[in-house]
Design a protein around this ligand. Structure first.
Ligand code: NDP
Ligand code: 13P
Length: 352
């Protein structure tokens, strides 16, 4: 592996993902500050050398400066990793943007959509910090595995090639392989929307359905994600990549997935509140489902799995009705190539 360019990096958010990435960046030789929004959390991590609540068993190197003081975390740092849950991204940015260094690169690692504005997280960041370049790091990557150096691949995406390549260079090492991808919108949408499909996969497991059902949910799930994504202007091919189908596979199959675990509990008959309490960590799909329903209405696309999850979470669709809802819809054609579908349909029309 080529020698790394050492940078001063701030990781803003000390949940499981922020902590795992801070450890990875420090191991890559960077000078890292890890910011927690709560003083007690920062002090506990500093005293224990570990994030016992969100990433137990992983030693936090002493070289990492753990702090709850935004100014301390950001002063002199030219790369800033945004690792808070998506619902707190805007408020966190508003709290600390005054302390950002001029020209600092902002790298979002959260996965979600802002329901109140129907913006992607990249758009939220660009709106709050218009002077800064924005990148995203996304893909199949559970913190529990990355922090144990289990081989993992992700993508670094930005409208700016230089920003994507800089992000790639910051994170890449022998167990964490980073590809670049220029389609920031597609990368963000894949990362956010797969969480709703993972809730469906969990519900299916909780209901006692089988592998056939899971395969169906994953395949039709990526189809509906791509349908919305391409309607919004994302590149169809991105959904075949790590931040699309790759992340969907890991989230729908792994016991590390909080979305899948919450889905299993709901499928077993627990209420949303009970499921969230039991999982304890952030279950992004619960919030993304609300935004996704608004997006599908705005872009006039059908997303039956996402809509069904929304109905279970917010409209009291009985859990026994989930499969009926999906299986007994009207007959359909398996529309796979969104960029070609019009051409095929025209040909079919001509054949009639
Ligand atoms: N974990 C993973 O494997 C991966 C996560 N992600 C994404 O990373 C993002 C962060 O998730 P993750 O690290 O897993 O979250 P966790 O559930 O592990 O931790 C959530 C963190 O958010 C903190 N928090 C709570 N309220 C606020 C607030 N008002 N402002 C700021 N922070 C707050 C919590 O602190 P408190 O102790 O007070 O509750 C806690 O530190 C999510 O979007 C997730 O989808 C992406 C890839 C992998
Ligand atoms: O995005 C993730 C892995 O890539 C984390 O997924 P969960 O939030 O479902 O745990």
């Amino acid at each position: 592996m080529e020698t790394l360019h050492r940078e001063k990096v701030a990781v803003m958010g000390s949940g499981s993902w922020g902590t795992a990435l801070a450890v990875l960046l420090a191991e890559n030789g960077h000078d890292v500050a890890l910011w927690s929004y709560r003083q007690e959390e920062a002090e506990a991590m500093a005293a224990e050398g570990e994030n016992r609540e969100f990433l137990p068993g992983i030693a936090i190197p002493k070289s990492i400066q753990i702090t709850w003081d935004c100014e301390k975390a950001l002063t002199g740092r030219q790369a800033v990793v945004l690792a808070t849950p998506s619902s707190y991204l805007r408020s966190t940015l508003q709290r600390f943007k005054g302390h950002l260094e001029r020209g600092a690169l902002l790298i979002n690692v959260a996965k979600g959509l802002e329901e109140s504005t129907l913006q992607t997280l990249g758009q939220v960041i660009a709106q709050e910090c218009p002077e800064h370049q924005v990148a995203a790091l996304s893909g199949p990557s559970h913190a529990e595995e990355v922090s144990r150096k289990i081989p993992t691949t992700v993508v670094a995406s930005s409208a700016s090639r230089a920003a994507a390549e800089r992000t790639q260079g910051l994170f890449m090492n022998e167990y964490f392989r980073v590809y670049t991808n220029p389609d920031l919108l597609g990368v963000e949408l894949g990362g956010a929307l797969k969480n709703v499909i993972a809730l469906a996969a969990g519900i299916s497991d909780g209901l006692g359905c089988g592998d056939n059902t899971k395969a169906a949910l994953m395949t039709r799930g990526i189809t509906e994600i791509a349908r919305l994504g391409t309607a919004m202007g994302a590149d169809f091919h991105t959904f075949n990549g790590l931040s699309g189908i790759g992340d969907l596979i890991v989230t729908c199959t792994s016991m590390h997935s909080r979305n899948r675990r919450a889905g299993i509990l709901i499928g077993q008959g627990k209420s949303l509140t009970e499921a969230l309490g039991e999982v304890h960590m952030v279950v992004e799909g619960v919030y993304t489902a609300q935004a996704a329903v608004k997006f599908m209405e705005r872009y006039h696309v059908e997303m039956p799995i996402t809509r069904t999850v929304y109905q279970v979470l917010y409209e009291e669709l009985p859990i026994q009705g989930v499969m009926k809802n999906l299986m007994e819809r009207e007959k359909k054609s398996e529309d796979l190539s969104w960029h070609l579908v019009t051409e095929h349909q025209v040909r079919w029309q001509e054949e009639r």
